[in-house]
Ligand binder design. Structure first.
Ligand code: 4AD
Ligand code: MG
Length: 478
């Protein structure tokens, strides 16, 4: 058996006395031909491996270069040196894979996040991305735990679909038709009847519509899968491929929905604070250093850990869209004409507005309800005022919108009317409408953008650093 190794994270948690220990990992550095800093990805803390002078051939020592992979067997002792609790006195070193240090792109110096994005295949080997991806994993695990504990059913909704759940037309087409010479209809349009599925299909923008089908039978479901948006947004908060968590609950109104979303966010933050304290402490330090480069007024008032604790321990602010607009109209940046985009009732709030509300005005996450119906999707429940819908967005400091959700329109007539007004084809969505025909119930749900959550928890300022291989306009490398 090859894999008789102990992970460094586990080793470091134990008493520093142990014989016959095998570890495997990649060399981070090799100092004085004597001290190897070995990392195996289980933690950012390297294991100090000691190559006692004279014990190993020079030809072997020469091959211990940055990022070479090693199998080391030896004895763990308390470290006499400063900086580490224990060290591994090597008895045997096997080079599993050589690494040409001259050509290795990650030099032992600080690299910019932009540069690391260009070598995303190797950036996992840095402390920053080691921490980010372990935290990302933890958050994913916590999400399943949260819903499982509450009896939600994990529903896998399709990735390929013929419908546009959000009605925003930001879809990637899926087709097997020949691009240079597709079959045409008599009118000259591309004839999707000849296509693989016998109709036009695209990658899903949201699993919500199918989620509603599940919820109106299973009671409470959630999805957690990749979603795709062909919006040409080159921002630090948009991806063309991102992961979304979409719970959907029968017998649930907007307030229940908000309560669940708030509990959910607090739960997963708590999980990360409890299980990833070392990585979060590292990321907090990283962020503090990054912010030192910024002018004082651009720096956050709280450190990363402080912010996470604050969000976990305090209630989110809850306001209506109308109140939000009033606050913006009263604000200093509005009066001083500092907002780039217009402010008036009816606008789709821009990132600058959302950030003013959470970062400057309330200084905490804010749940905004009752948006104008004209800027929201067809499925949202219409309020009695005839102007607004039972929508809720959660805005988070540094991120802006992190959750979008609503109570759904469960009344068939009202839904049909809204679909017609918004040119959503009712014929195509016959299956969706059936839930309103056969035992319709008040129900609600929301979508949390996973990468935005990862950004929030890790303090990474660009969403491209919250997913392993970001897909953005003009970029699908790796
Ligand atoms: O607000 P959105 O578009 O809502 C929906 O898709 C609903 N069907 C959700 C539901 O009610 N079940 O998207 C939900 C969340 C946003 O709040 C945001 O966090 C994230 O998904 N999101 C994106 N994340 C990264 N890149 C993008 N291009 C995103 N678009 C939305
Ligand atoms: Mg939204």
């Amino acid at each position: 058996m090859f894999n008789k190794r102990i992970k460094i994270r586990q080793l470091l948690a134990e008493e520093p006395n142990r014989q016959g220990v095998t570890v495997m990992g990649w060399v981070r550095s090799f100092r004085n031909n004597q001290f190897i800093a070995l990392n195996d990805g289980s933690t950012n803390t390297n294991l100090q491996v000691v190559t006692t002078l004279g014990k190993f051939e020079d030809s072997l020592l020469k091959r211990i270069t940055t990022s070479a992979s090693l199998k080391v067997t030896g004895t763990i002792i308390p470290s006499p040196g400063k900086g580490q609790k224990m060290e591994l006195i090597a008895d045997n070193i096997e080079i599993l894979g050589d690494s040409d240090a001259e050509k290795y792109p990650l030099q032992p110096k600080k690299h910019s996040l932009e540069f690391l994005r260009e070598i995303a295949h190797l950036r996992f080997r840095t402390n920053t991305f080691g921490a980010v991806f372990r935290v990302r994993h933890s958050l994913a695990f916590a999400i399943h735990q949260f819903f499982n504990d509450r009896g939600f059913v994990y529903l896998h909704t399709p990735v390929i679909t013929a419908s546009d759940a959000e009605g925003a037309g930001e879809m990637f087409r899926v087709t097997t038709l020949p691009p240079d010479n597709p079959p045409r209809t008599a009118e000259g349009a591309i004839d999707y009847k000849e296509d693989f599925f016998g109709r036009a299909t695209n990658l899903t923008v949201s699993g919500q519509l199918e989620g509603e089908l599940g919820a109106t039978a299973l009671g409470e479901i959630y999805t957690f899968g990749p979603t795709f948006r062909a919006e040409n947004s080159n921002t630090p908060r948009h991806l063309a491929e991102f992961w979304m968590i979409e719970p959907e609950m029968a017998f649930c109104d907007l307030e229940d929905n908000m309560n669940l979303a708030e509990d959910f966010i607090k739960y997963i933050i708590d999980y990360a604070l409890t299980h990833n304290s070392e990585d979060l402490a590292f990321l907090a330090q990283r962020l503090a250093e990054e912010e030192k480069q910024q002018p004082l007024d651009k720096r956050s008032e709280m450190g990363l850990l402080e912010k996470l604790n604050f969000v976990r321990n305090n209630n989110f602010e809850r306001i209506t869209y109308t109140e939000a607009i009033d606050i913006l109209l009263q604000s200093t940046p509005y009066k001083k004409k500092k907002f780039k985009f217009e402010v008036k009732w009816g606008i789709d709030m821009q990132s600058e507005h959302e950030r003013y509300l959470v970062e400057k005005h309330f200084k905490k996450p804010v749940i905004v309800t009752g948006y104008p119906r004209d800027i929201k999707a067809f499925y949202m429940r219409q309020n009695d005022d005839g102007k607004t819908v039972a929508a809720m967005d959660i805005l988070a400091p540094g991120i802006g919108e992190i959750v979008g959700g609503s109570q759904r329109e469960e009344r068939l007539e009202k839904l049909l009317q809204r679909m017609e007004e918004m040119h959503v084809p009712a014929d195509d969505l016959w299956w969706y409408l059936d839930t309103r025909r056969f035992g319709t119930v008040p129900h609600a749900g929301f979508g949390l953008g996973f990468e935005r959550m990862v950004q929030f928890v890790t303090g990474m300022s660009n969403i491209r650093d919250a997913i392993a291989f970001p897909r953005t306009p003009g970029n699908a490398e790796f």
